[in-house]
Design a protein. Structure first.
Length: 158
């Protein structure tokens, strides 16, 4: 448990398999938050052999407090990411049960999507791959997530 004596926030990654490498780099950048006991992370590669994959995804999507939509053309093109995970994430966001954060990985029209009304990361919605230093982009994302965790922690104490 964290020093605030609470369970860590679960972060759910919704992403296209084609963005696996970028997802891995983001999770590495989030390592300090995990080491501090502030977060745990979950994504579909944690599904074990023999598990019913859709059920496991639903289970974690429905319990995560923070849902990261890793946005790219492949994410938008994926019926599962866009049609199932993103829609359920936004339902939970609108009900106040989770915080959805679009993370813009690669250039794509995203402002017209259902999540286009949400403030994205990195700062200003600049796609990660357009940063001259990707570590700086992922650091910016990690700082934004830390601020969200601080806000959620403060609000849970009220």
């Amino acid at each position: 448990m964290t020093s605030a004596n609470r369970e860590p926030f679960e972060i759910f990654f919704s992403y296209s398999q084609r963005d696996q490498r970028l997802r891995n780099q983001l999770e590495t950048q989030l390592s300090l938050l995990r080491r501090e006991g502030l977060i745990t992370t979950w994504y579909n590669h944690k599904i074990m052999a023999g598990d019913e994959w859709a059920g496991k995804i639903d289970e974690h999507l429905n319990k995560a407090q923070i849902i990261l939509l890793l946005v790219s053309a492949d994410f938008i093109a994926s019926d599962y990411c866009y049609g199932i995970e993103m829609r359920r994430a936004l339902e939970r966001h609108e009900a106040g049960k989770a915080r959805v954060i679009p993370v813009i990985l690669r250039p794509i029209e995203w402002k017209q999507t259902p999540f286009g009304k949400l403030k994205p990361l990195p700062t200003g919605g600049k796609p990660v791959i357009k940063w001259t230093d990707r570590d700086s982009a992922f650091h910016d994302i990690a700082q934004g997530i830390r601020k969200v965790i601080e806000e959620l922690t403060k609000n849970s104490r009220k």
